[in-house]
Design a binder for this molecule. Structure first.
Ligand code: DGL
Length: 283
């Protein structure tokens, strides 16, 4: 089993931000990445739909790719499906992601923290539980960003890309404006939690809007560390004589637009187009 790949999935290209951190923390591991772009975005769909997609993808990765661990690189899918995934696969090493509220508490000086995510994540019982447990430690401004994951998803598309990039800026302007004032002064939001894995790829646009001082907090690195810890604890860590280039140890699949995934994988992970392939939807 130690030689088996790690499965990673998201509604689309957002989980590549988690794969970036995974491949650094786990330089000998092989990965199979599933982009469910044919069904993106998840954030504005029902819980039931997201749960069914997550279970189908997990089963596909287990049955066809014999994965030894699964990283749910999507906050929305984690909120909707992690309990059911654990129940159905009690022996699988399973790692989910959630908005990084706790790390943000260690960073914020003003004790005013912004959180952006999908409607599905921020409206979930799982998130509400996390928020309630921390609410006495800081003031949290919560903002669901409808349309943002879709615009990021489309931003690497050959024809839709330019318009989608413009849309990302417009949406971020609207949503951050609704949250309040960002900055280092008392009462201002000095830390922003990116509670959706897609949003990591909007960091340059966020920096433009919010300036260099505001802390942007994402989950890739802690998730990668946790994955490593769990593999070590289960004696499932793959040992290699020396690290191989990522291109030799990753396979990316999409049931959406292949060239969009190829462009994203090249832009953010430096991968050749041959690392990506179009695949049928698991059901
Ligand atoms: N990247 C996902 C997340 O972290 C889902 C975005 C979407 O499909 O709406 O929530």
């Amino acid at each position: 089993m130690t030689q088996s790949p790690i499965g990673v999935f998201d509604s689309g290209i957002g989980g590549l931000s988690v794969l970036q951190s995974l491949q650094v923390a786990l330089p000998a591991e092989h990965f199979v990445y599933w982009a469910d772009s044919g069904h993106a975005p998840y954030g504005e769909k029902t819980d039931l739909f997201v749960r069914q997609r997550s279970l189908a993808i997990a089963k596909h990765l287990i049955d066809k790719h014999h994965i030894k661990a699964l990283v749910v690189a999507c906050n929305t899918a984690t909120a909707a499906a992690i309990h059911e995934l654990r129940a159905q696969h009690p022996h699988l090493i399973l790692i989910g992601v959630e908005p990084a509220l706790k790390p943000a508490l260690h960073i914020s000086q003003t004790r005013h923290i912004g959180v952006i995510g999908t409607r599905g994540t921020l409206g979930s019982a799982k998130f509400q539980h996390l928020l309630t447990s921390l609410q006495d430690q800081a003031h949290f401004s919560i903002q669901a960003c409808n349309g943002l994951a879709l615009a990021i998803e489309q931003s690497t598309h050959a024809t839709l890309g330019a318009q989608a990039s413009q849309r990302i800026t417009e949406l971020l302007q609207t949503y951050t404006h609704e949250m309040g004032t960002f900055g280092q002064a008392p009462g201002q939001i000095d830390t922003l939690v990116l509670g959706c894995t897609h949003y990591v790829f909007a960091e340059p646009a966020l920096r433009e809007l919010l300036g260099p001082q505001v802390h942007l907090v994402s989950t890739g690195e802690p998730v990668a560390r946790q994955t490593r810890r769990l593999l070590e604890a289960a004696s499932q860590l793959r040992q290699g004589p020396r690290p191989h280039a990522l291109a030799a140890r990753v396979q990316l699949m999409t049931n959406g637009d292949l060239s969009s995934l190829q462009a994203a994988a090249q832009r953010w992970l430096g991968l050749p187009h041959t690392a990506c392939q179009r695949a049928n939807t698991p059901s």
